[in-house]
Design a binder for this molecule. Sequence first.
Ligand SMILES: Nc1ncnc2c1ncn2[C@@H]1O[C@H](COP(=O)(O)OP(=O)(O)OP(=O)(O)O)[C@@H](O)[C@H]1O
Length: 358
Amino acid sequence: MYDPSPGGSRRRGPRTLQAGALPADAQRVDPTSDDPIVALRGVGRAFGDVDALTELDLVVPARSITVLLGPNGAGKTTAVRMITGALDPDEGTVRVFGLDPAEHGAEVRRRCGVVSAKPALYDRLTGWDNLAYSAELYGLGRRADDRIREAAARFGIEHALDQLVGGYSTGMKTRLALSRSVLHEPDLLLFDEPTSGLDPESSYAVLDLIKEMRRDGSTVVMCTHLLLEAEGLAEQVIVLDRGTDLISGTPEALTASYWPGAVVRLDAEEPERLDALADHEGVLAYERAQVATVQLDTPERIPDLIAELVGRGVRLTRVEPHRPTLEDLYFAVRAEHRPLRGAPPPHPPVRSDAAVGR
Ligand SMILES: Nc1ncnc2c1ncn2[C@@H]1O[C@H](COP(=O)(O)OP(=O)(O)OP(=O)(O)O)[C@@H](O)[C@H]1O
């Protein structure tokens, strides 16, 4: 549901949720085609003196889960609001389902399910009435009751539908917002920190549902600060900072770009003896903190390296291949672009020449 928040620009007049008729000449993306569902190119947007977005390129392939990562104020929410047409760009182009949301906002929003970081709900109405109101705006007609029951059951709040939303816990409000976002079976789901305020069980349930919706053919864009949560979910990662995209790509391609070859973690009874590895052939990077982390040019070197250490009498207590995580990637990207105080030291990434994103 469109969720106007204070301070937002609505320069082209209020947006409404009424099902908009698609103009005959409007270009439209078939959700089963391979055309991107969202394409933001060179988008800029300022709020007074603050550049919220600057030359942002953001492309969301159909039937994928794209995760937007970035520090506070990076522009993630602004980008989502741009996609729903709640904000217009100052510069650049925005296309969603092949449509310009500034011109065809009602049609775009009818096909989007949105859960914003602070969902606007009506506290003085019951959960059911909140959903029924949205169902009416979406024009669900006679299907409304069934869809409400189905959506509420999906997010486990069917038992609370007759209670006033003002008495809901934070987690229940999030679940109600999630239920509302899928009422009209949208093609594109935009979730801004959808697990915020949820207990671990409910968070996992939401992540499972996101995967399920993806399997059913939906396209999902999710903003999160929880890197662990994004791990295993993201098919495309876009890291934003100061309103622009720093990198984008699949987690596999991005980690392979930052850590080509193989990464192994080693520990030994006398760990300082591992430092000799730093000069070993094929070692691209070496670092020893709690354990030693070695980046090799190719995984084939691992057996030789271990054989050599054992031959030198080093008693190894741990040998573990390490697959760089999204957390490693995030901090490596941040360190490359804007070193952070308080951030854990990244593994020593040696970037390949592979062009990934910017
Ligand atoms: N309506 C607004 N009025 C004024 N400034 C705004 C508005 N919306 C966003 N901004 C500014 O634009 C920048 C980007 O904000 P945005 O909320 O998009 O970041 P974010 O990545 O979603 O941050 P967070 O992780 O904290 O939610 C920030 O500097 C923010 O203060």
